[in-house]
Ligand binder design. Structure first.
Ligand code: MG
Length: 345
């Protein structure tokens, strides 16, 4: 199997501010795996918050190239070898893993959702994220986003009640809130009680990632469900979430790909946790990989590609918030300048 990697620079349409940082673009990596006349593609979306950046992804991919062997169908063996070669590096592993599923689907002539036995009609609606700005600007953004029936509102920089009041006056969409670990448990309880009247569906990661008892405290005092994101990274995080939150946000770039995400989904169900599928700032390549799993999720927040100025890939479509998967084999993703007839073989 031949692995090649190249930089994938994504520029955001507008600065993306959350409680702890602001982003104007993403420095991702495009992976190509060639085997048996097919080319599988994958995307790494490294997050410095989780200890990865483009340089570390490229170094990891270099180390992984020798572990791939010649049979792309041996996905479990390959992922085991990568884990053995190098711990962590989840974004790099996710890129290889989705490229392997792309190859498998092309080999068998089936889209990934079909390989997994999933019904593409069951994809949930994705939310569309309103990044932190002043309350009026966030309300204007919410008004402009009227094609999306679900909005995810980033909070955690103060003015929470004012922001939610302004957004509710501008939009009647379903709203979810993500504090990105910004509040103390007591602050969280107070703020959630104050914003609940604006019809909040759930609150994501109200307290710092390591404050698991804080999560439990907030959940016990919150009128709305609590979802863990930064606190729940990999499979072994899942059992710790039981009884502390109502659900978890799974991201391919956090956990290491489709194989790892499937394990997390099933572990979450075993612990009576709801499942949300989320993303980093990513192109339609890795967003589509996650969308193939979305019939298994209760909630989707797969808007990464909607936030970038020039999406180089054509994959899952979003219409009125609904994730629409194509029936092309594998991930079913093609580059935007590729003529349709070339992609359908
Ligand atoms: Mg989040």
């Amino acid at each position: 199997m031949q692995l090649t990697a190249q930089s994938l620079d994504l520029r955001l349409s507008a600065p993306f501010r959350i409680a702890r940082s602001v982003q104007t673009g993403a420095f991702n990596v495009l992976v190509r795996l060639e085997a048996g006349g097919h080319v599988g593609i994958g995307e790494a979306a490294p997050s410095p918050y989780y200890g990865e950046k483009r340089e570390s992804v490229l170094m990891a991919l270099d180390a992984f190239a020798a572990q791939l062997g010649d049979d792309p169908l041996l996905i479990e063996d390959i992922m085991g070898a990568l884990d053995h070669a190098l711990g962590g590096n989840a974004a790099a592993k996710a890129a290889i893993n989705m490229a392997l599923y792309d190859l498998l689907g092309q080999r068998l002539g089936l889209p990934l959702y079909a390989l997994l036995g999933l019904n593409p009609a069951r994809t949930p609606l994705t939310s569309y994220t309103i990044a932190i700005a002043n309350p009026d600007a966030m309300a204007a953004h919410a008004r402009a986003a009227r094609e999306y029936p679900i909005l995810k509102i980033k909070l955690g920089a103060g003015h929470e009640v004012e922001t939610m009041r302004a957004i509710r006056a501008a939009s009647d969409a379903t709203v979810r809130v993500d504090a990105n670990a910004a509040w103390t448990p007591r602050e969280a309880v107070r703020i959630i009680a104050a914003i609940a009247e604006y019809g909040v569906e759930f609150v994501e990661q109200p307290v710092p990632a390591t404050d698991l008892e804080g999560l439990r405290f907030v959940r016990e005092h919150s009128p709305v469900p609590i979802i863990a994101d930064e606190s729940c990274v990999r499979l072994d995080s899942v059992p710790r979430m039981a009884g502390r939150v109502d659900g978890i946000n799974i991201k391919l770039a956090k956990c290491g790909g489709v194989t790892a995400a499937l394990r997390m989904i099933h572990a979450a169900r075993a612990h009576h946790l709801q499942v949300m599928l989320g993303c980093m700032i990513e192109s339609s390549l890795s967003i589509t990989a996650a969308a193939h799993l979305s019939p298994l999720a209760d909630y989707a927040d797969l808007d990464g590609a909607l936030l970038i100025a020039h999406d180089p890939f054509d994959g899952v479509c979003v219409r009125d918030g609904k994730l629409l998967l194509s029936d092309r084999p594998g991930l079913g993703v093609r580059t935007r300048d590729e003529p349709p007839e070339a992609a359908t073989q």
